[in-house]
Design a protein around this ligand. Structure first.
Ligand SMILES: [Zn+2]
Length: 209
């Protein structure tokens, strides 16, 4: 039997072999209560995207400013995201807008770095993978986590430079790292460290509680 706490959802997952009984498994998990509670305490608190909530966007705190009579399409202002329309579906509309905004910003940055590297990128997409911030296919398509738009700009740009550099080097060798640094104009290591430390928090934003 195996116990795991999902750091994104805060769910406790118990894996049980076919032959074990449900009662036995739950009794076994109950014996690990202290361990489960310690792991749950490490999960970052969820930040649902609701009226009045504050969440990081471009690495700076933004408040969700909602009033029913405003236009449904969210608008980005200094320190706030202004949205209207019915309260129902507000979080879904905000998430859709954030994904679109993330795609627009990262598509432009991808084009900027691709021009600098002299490579072509066939397609840019955003998704919500748990384990990686970006990926680059051999065919030249790049996919980013939309959540990079929540991180500071210098962190996001380092990830974009990293993926674009894979269009030249499909590995993480010394030439690859030199190219990333040349595209970015600075050492990308602090950005990787930032993501390692704060990534779990980004994954808790916009999670329904
Ligand atoms: Zn890589």
């Amino acid at each position: 039997m195996r116990l795991r706490v999902d750091r994104r959802t805060g769910e406790v997952v118990l894996t049980v072999p076919k032959r074990a009984s449900r009662r036995q498994a739950l009794a076994w998990a109950d014996g690990h209560r202290d361990w489960i509670e310690a792991r749950l305490a490490e999960v970052a608190p969820a930040i649902p995207l609701v009226a009045g909530a504050s969440f990081p966007l471009h690495g700076r705190p933004h408040r969700i400013d909602w009033l029913r009579e405003r236009p449904r399409t969210p608008r980005l202002e200094e320190g706030r995201l202004v949205a209207g329309g019915p309260a129902e579906g507000l979080e879904a509309r905000l998430l859709r807008w954030l994904r679109g905004h993330a795609l627009a910003v990262m598509a432009a940055e991808t084009a900027e770095f691709a021009a600098k590297a002299g490579v072509n990128v066939t397609k840019v997409r955003v998704g919500d993978p748990l384990s990686r911030w970006g990926s680059c296919s051999a065919a030249g398509a790049i996919r980013y986590s939309w959540r990079l738009i929540l991180a500071p700009d210098w962190v996001r740009r380092a990830t974009v430079a990293h993926e674009v550099a894979h269009r030249t080097h499909m590995n993480h060798g010394p030439d690859f790292h030199r190219l990333v640094e040349r595209l970015l104009g600075t050492d990308p290591k602090p950005a990787r460290l930032w993501l390692r430390r704060h990534g779990p928090v980004l994954h808790r934003i916009g999670v329904a509680v």
